[in-house]
Design a protein around this ligand. Structure first.
Ligand SMILES: Nc1nc2c(ncn2[C@@H]2O[C@H](COP(=O)(O)OP(=O)(O)OP(=O)(O)O)[C@@H](O)[C@H]2O)c(=O)[nH]1
Ligand SMILES: [Mg+2]
Length: 307
């Protein structure tokens, strides 16, 4: 194809700045889970945007932060891996908060890369800041990486997105598309369903409990016209959290189930029967064996023997 453009674009940033909201907005459909709580995204996920002129493969990534658990180490590794071998990095920051330590951590990581791809600093949530304050914010973020292009957006209203997309396309090299035009993401429907159930937990559960939640799909069966039958287990870290998750007379689990079912039905375009159960997997976020079993495998650097 003559003049066809194609490339990989990583979306990185600290937790809760709106990376997944941005990938959904760019895709024009919800492929990634979003919530008001930090560390919603737990793995890299592709959003593949294909037109007659270009195919851009966006990578949503977990928020980079100072980890308190082994799970956090995995999340940072996932995000940092996505900074290498891409054509462009969209570093998302929050206009409302200004640069925080975690943003500075990211600027250090970017500076340490042997071959850093071009970087755009995408200043999101511009809806929350008035004009003059916003200009000051731009200056503050520009200091973190003076060579980066700065773009202001609001991922929720999509303001600024056409301009951002135009600038992204400009950076894409010529090439053939790698994915079929109808493929929008690399996750299987059952994985997205698991994320949507966790998203419902993040929405309904208070304080620390939802961060210790993991969801396993035990059964995902197509029942033709009737829809899909899904059985899932929600893991929590402690016995005391089980009661909170289930709620009085099962009320909380029911509420989570209703929210998740609606989201899964919207995502899959068909009726869904969802059955949830709760199980304790003690302190799983700090247990590498269980983390690996859940699909969060931490990579250890090989020892060189030198000190
Ligand atoms: N006001 C406002 N809120 C936004 C905007 N973009 C995202 N949000 C909200 O910010 C919160 C976090 O959004 P996410 O997309 O989950 O953030 P994330 O960066 O993917 O977070 P992690 O996956 O935890 O790293 C959600 O409550 C979003 O609705 C925006 O442009 N304006
Ligand atoms: Mg996210």
């Amino acid at each position: 194809m003559a003049n066809y453009k194609t490339g990989f674009v990583s979306i990185v940033g600290r937790p809760n700045v709106g990376k997944s909201t941005l990938i959904n907005a760019l895709m024009g459909q919800k492929i990634a889970s979003v919530s008001p709580k930090a560390q919603t995204t737990r793995r890299r996920q592709l959003g593949i945007l294909t037109t007659d002129e270009y195919q851009i493969v966006f990578l949503d990534t977990p928020g980079i932060h100072a980890p308190h658990h082994k799970l956090g180490e995995f999340l940072n590794q996932e995000a940092e891996k996505a900074m290498k071998d891409v054509d462009l990095i969209l570093w998302v920051v929050d206009a409302d908060a200004g640069p925080l330590d975690e943003d500075r951590m990211i600027s250090v990581t970017l500076a340490s890369l042997k071959k850093c791809p071009p970087v755009f600093i995408v200043i999101n949530k511009t809806d929350k800041v008035a004009g003059t304050d916003l200009r000051a914010r731009f200056d503050q973020f520009a200091e973190l990486r003076p060579t980066a292009k700065l773009v202001g957006i609001c991922a929720i209203t999509t303001e600024g997105l056409p301009k951002l997309l135009e600038a992204v396309i400009e950076k894409m090299p010529d090439g053939e598309p790698e994915y079929d035009a109808d493929v929008v993401t690399d996750l299987y429907e059952r994985d997205i369903a698991a994320d949507l159930i966790r998203e419902a937990c993040l929405l309904h559960l208070r304080s620390e409990v939802p961060h210790g939640v993991n969801v396993r799909i035990d059964e995902y069966t197509e029942r033709g016209e009737i829809g899909a039958l899904i059985h899932a287990t929600i893991f929590i870290e402690r016995e005391s959290q089980k009661g909170i998750l289930i709620g009085e007379g099962g009320a909380m689990l029911k509420r989570i189930g209703i929210t998740a079912r609606k989201q899964i039905e919207e995502m899959s375009g068909r009726k869904v029967f969802l059955e949830l159960k709760a199980k304790v997997e003690k302190d799983w976020r700090d247990n590498e064996m269980i983390l690996t079993r859940f699909g969060y495998k931490i990579e250890r650097k090989k020892k060189t023997g030198k000190r």
